[in-house]
Design a protein around this ligand. Sequence first.
Ligand code: SAH
Length: 228
Amino acid sequence: MDWLRLRRRPRDASEPMDLARVRMVREQIASRGLTDPELVRAFGAVPRHVFVESEYAYADEALPLPAGQTISQPYIVALMTDVARPATGWREARVLEIGTGSGYQAAILAELGAQVTSVERHAELSERAGRRLADAGYEGVRLVVGDGTRGWLAGAPYDAVIVTAAGPSVPQPLLDQLSPDGGRLVMPVGGRVHQELTVVERRGSELVSSRRDPVVFVPLIGEYGFGE
Ligand code: SAH
């Protein structure tokens, strides 16, 4: 028996990924102005490579998912999370995500302490995301298969709604299901190719909306979105 081999520290296969993640947070998120400590901690904690199977999991770019879908670059996920933050914080916040995709955004929200419901129209993507969320320790996320443009009434009202696919306008059911008590919604709104991140805040029956960064998302397909 080779004593050297016995004494050698076992190689931690996850170490390079951890280092890549630290670098991602520093170079892509914090250095671009997203410095909320809770946000920075969550992006440092969620193993993106579990959700996005690619050697480029921590790269500054969008990546392909199964079923012809795409996950945004880390900065855009962080930006959407940052602007959706409820005034009362993430802990115990009721959050609805439309477009589960890989499950990464849902994991970030769960890591922040939110009660997350995420709707996906492709059953196979939802199932895959469910497995990844369980692998990463986020069993508490509720996954729903269906048309997210109708929202998910059973969990309403929501303190935050994050739509991770692009539609021609904000679906009315999502506005209706937003908490009248300062609920915040973020969604890419525009054409099929280019959109702008749109933020809506609801106070009672009043909706205050603003347009922000130009973005490129896959289409939101459903009753209140684009056609097939
Ligand atoms: N948030 C995801 C990325 C989502 S990509 C992540 O973190 O990985 C956009 C997703 O929206 C795709 O999976 C697509 O299938 C889904 N989608 C499109 N239209 C939808 C609809 N009407 N309801 C639910 N999901 C929809």
